[in-house]
Design a protein around this ligand. Structure first.
Ligand code: DON
Length: 597
């Protein structure tokens, strides 16, 4: 990846701090328990191919090096993990415009060093004029309008989310945290990842004039080394810096959003913008083999679905089965199949739909679900119904970053505009892409969305309602109650299975952060009835055995997920890895040389 040179002065202190390395790496305290896992021959990321970044004074890991450096700089200045999250979030909106964006929304999970936990819902909300059948044509068929164009957007939540997180936990001045995004929007050098994504999405980007003007100036897609100037976005960030959330949800920015909607027959009004609120929800907590897991409750399905999966898996000795052995893969797929069947039927915005989350997460229910898993035979999804009775009748793109500061405060945030480049609509004059999150609602019960998720009526569109998400920002504590692992990923429906595996890799298989992140991933989501795996992720013998057990195996195109994790080692060192599948970066404050893993 080519590094942008956009912020040389701003970053100088961090780089100085990085060169002031500690006195050699601490040794791994639990070496006696180190894992002995091996991956299948031919797997792209064999053991030892990925090195963690280690630091003692704070760590930021994101999908983009510049955004990680911005966050690390805030930590270096004495900001806490939430301050760093705000600066990182807005920096990502500029350097990773196709994914992390102020035109979208997301979820934050926080665990402060004093033990306070919190989870913040800044998911987009349907505009007040939205209706349950707005994505159906006259014949009742689902149209592409939930994915492309103005109707696809929910009211954005990111700015309200950052404002609210900062109001409750922040310590540095707000404007100081927004300023890096202003500077970056004034011009950055296009790096490889952005250039590749622009090239492969050029046709789509060209469909909307204001979007094309930013990313294809003079009708030519920007290439590596070109300068990306987002002047309107810089102005929007100046308003946000000066006026806080009001600089986005009221006044000029809200007027520009409404004008854009009028031009494209969309629904979001100034009133929708003004009424948007980020909501603190009780974080979802459950125990996995003596480790407390803190994750996101609905309207994310991530925490509940992952809890059901891991509770089912807790009944098996996965380590004894062997990593990615047929037995391990089989029970993983069966647990996922059952948990997703429940997810797709029951979960939705809790402000609109009552849902059996406590039952879904209970040990008793996990035992019931586990009892239906045959030892050596896949259960066809057609025979796996949601397990808690009739659901109520009514009711790729994303980015994740993880931060731990010197004091031990931890933040996990997953944020998205849904597909790459969202609805493809850039708000004229305001310079940001709008999400196409409305596709996460059930456009029509039984009809799959872009992720193939077949969802029910509980998740139907309604005015002001938040669409169900799979985003799963998560913090895992060790048995003594200290932060052990901060994690999350993009990947649509696969987010939950990716994070369940990351946690199981650490807890069951005692992998270090590099191995846990580079390990091959699996996915099953009930429907379609397919167990997907990454190329060479399973050995041919394991794949053959799983087929013989009745699993419909399919090798996925490309990789699954882009997990950004930090592990806090027993000696307090923060050890982080950006998923090698895509090429983000971990940046530590006071990095130490590589710890023997
Ligand atoms: O909230 C969700 O579950 C989806 N909108 C996330 C989309 C996503 O992860 C796409 N990125 N690969």
């Amino acid at each position: 990846m080519i590094r942008s040179r956009a912020l040389p002065l701003l970053l100088a202190p961090v780089l100085l701090a990085l060169s002031a390395c500690g006195p050699g790496g601490p040794s791994r305290a639990d070496a006696a328990q180190a894992d002995t896992v091996t991956f299948a021959p031919g797997w792209d990321f064999p053991r030892g191919s990925t090195s963690p970044v280690n630091a003692q004074r704070g760590m930021v890991v994101t999908t983009d090096r510049v955004a990680s450096e911005v966050g690390a700089e805030i930590l270096h200045r004495g900001g806490n993990a939430v301050d760093a999250a705000v600066a990182t979030h807005f920096a990502l909106a500029v350097v990773n415009p196709e994914a992390g964006n102020i035109g979208g929304g997301g979820f934050m999970v926080v665990r402060m060093a004093d033990g306070t936990t919190a989870s913040l819902d800044f998911r987009e909300a349907a505009p007040m004029a939205a209706t349950a059948d707005m994505f159906l044509d006259a014949a009742g068929n689902v149209t592409e309008k939930s994915l492309i164009g103005h109707l696809a957007s929910g009211v954005p939540g990111s700015v309200a989310g950052m404002w609210e997180a900062h109001r409750r936990f922040g310590s540095l001045p707000w404007a100081e945290l927004v300023q890096p995004a202003v500077s970056l929007a004034e011009g950055i050098m296009v790096h490889e990842r952005l250039a590749n994504s622009l090239r492969s999405n050029a046709d789509k980007i060209g469909r909307f004039h204001a979007t094309a003007r930013v990313f294809m100036p003079n009708n030519r897609v920007l290439r590596v080394g070109d300068r990306l100037v987002q002047a309107d976005l810089a102005q929007t960030f100046r308003r946000i810096a000066a006026e806080g959330a009001d600089g986005f949800y009221r006044g000029r920015t809200a007027e520009l959003v409404e004008a854009e909607m009028r031009r494209g027959n969309g629904l979001i009004t100034r009133d929708d913008m003004a009424r948007y609120r980020a909501v603190w929800r009780d974080p979802l907590r459950f125990d996995y083999r003596g480790h407390e897991v803190i994750s996101m409750p609905p309207p994310s399905s991530g925490g509940v679905t992952m809890a059901e999966m891991l509770n089912i898996l807790e009944g098996y000795d996965l380590r004894a089965m062997g990593y990615l052995s047929p037995e391990h893969v089989h029970v993983f797929a069966e647990a996922a199949r059952r948990a997703y069947a429940d997810r797709n039927a029951y979960l939705a915005d809790p402000d609109f739909v009552p849902q059996p989350t406590a039952r879904m997460m209970s040990d008793a229910y996990a035992a019931e679900r586990r009892a239906t898993i045959a030892r050596d035979r896949a259960t066809p999804s057609a025979q796996v119904a949601p397990g808690l009775g009739a659901p109520p009748r009514e009711g790729t793109h994303t980015t994740h970053y993880s931060i731990v500061d010197e004091r031990g405060n931890a933040v996990a945030v997953t944020t998205t505009i849904n597909s790459l480049y969202g609805s493809l609509v850039t708000v004229e004059g305001a310079g940001f892409l709008l999400n196409n999150e409305m596709d996460d609602f059930t456009a029509k019960p039984g009809v799959p969305n872009q992720f193939g998720l077949v969802q029910g009526a509980a998740n139907a569109v309604a005015p002001g309602k938040r669409m169900l998400s799979a985003m799963t920002p998560t913090i895992v504590l060790d048995p003594s109650g200290k932060v052990l692992f901060v994690t999350g990923t993009p990947g649509g429906a696969t987010i939950i299975t990716s994070i369940a595996q990351a946690i199981s890799n650490v807890v069951d298989f005692r992998m270090d952060v590099a191995t846990a992140t580079s390990a091959p991933r699996l996915h099953h989501q009930h429907l379609p009835d397919t167990l997907r795996y990454e190329r060479a992720g399973l050995s041919p013998a394991t794949a053959a055995r799983l087929r013989a057990m009745g699993h419909a195996l399919a090798q996925r195109e490309g990789f699954q997920g882009d997990v950004q994790s930090i592990m806090v080692l027993p000696n307090g060192v923060q050890s982080a890895v950006a998923d090698p599948r895509r090429g983000g970066a971990a940046v530590g404050v006071g990095e130490v040389r590589r710890v023997v893993q």
